[in-house]
Design a protein around this ligand. Structure first.
Ligand code: CU
Length: 162
């Protein structure tokens, strides 16, 4: 009987641990429509753009990495001496719960520098986004960004028949 009660207690503890763990690792940020601007030969930098939706609690986009870029920074556009310039966002991009954010040309963007190879329209570029959640925990999200032509349009879709 004692053994049976101990088993119940143990089960309860394990269940609680699972619930706490599940809550702590819940993703609150959704990434969509990720794309990277295609480069021409010898171009060493480009931009990545995407949409973020934040639910539940505030979060901060603190880092982005990609295997095709030696250096990746989060940039914002700001007026400096009467000229719009881009600069790195120090401390990450704050994301308010319940809001949608769009990183797009002319606004917040992901700056990919020290490119190891040209990125061509139709390629897919892996991005790893690191978020700091409201509880201080860091979570990562992986997306494959579509490379789009210099005019920002999607590459011509391949025909389904050949
Ligand atoms: Cu930039």
């Amino acid at each position: 009987m004692t053994r049976f009660l101990n088993l119940i207690r143990l089960t309860t503890i394990l269940l609680s641990a699972a619930l706490i763990n599940g809550a702590a690792t819940a993703q609150t940020v959704t990434v969509a429509d990720a794309w990277v601007r295609a480069t021409v030969a010898a171009q060493r930098a480009t931009g990545a753009f995407l949409k973020l939706t934040v639910q539940g609690a505030d979060a901060t986009l603190i880092a982005v990495t990609s295997p095709v870029a030696g250096v990746t920074q989060i940039h914002e556009m700001a007026m400096s001496e009467g000229v719009m310039r881009m600069r790195e966002v120090k401390g990450g991009m704050p994301l308010k719960a319940g809001q949608n954010f769009e990183l797009k040309p002319g606004g917040y963007h992901i700056m990919m520098m020290d490119l190891k190879q040209p990125v061509k329209a139709g390629d897919r570029v892996p991005l790893t986004l690191t978020f700091k959640q409201a509880n201080g925990q860091q979570t990562t999200t992986h997306v494959d960004a579509e490379v789009r032509g210099l005019n920002g349009q999607a590459a011509m879709p391949h025909g389904k028949t050949h």
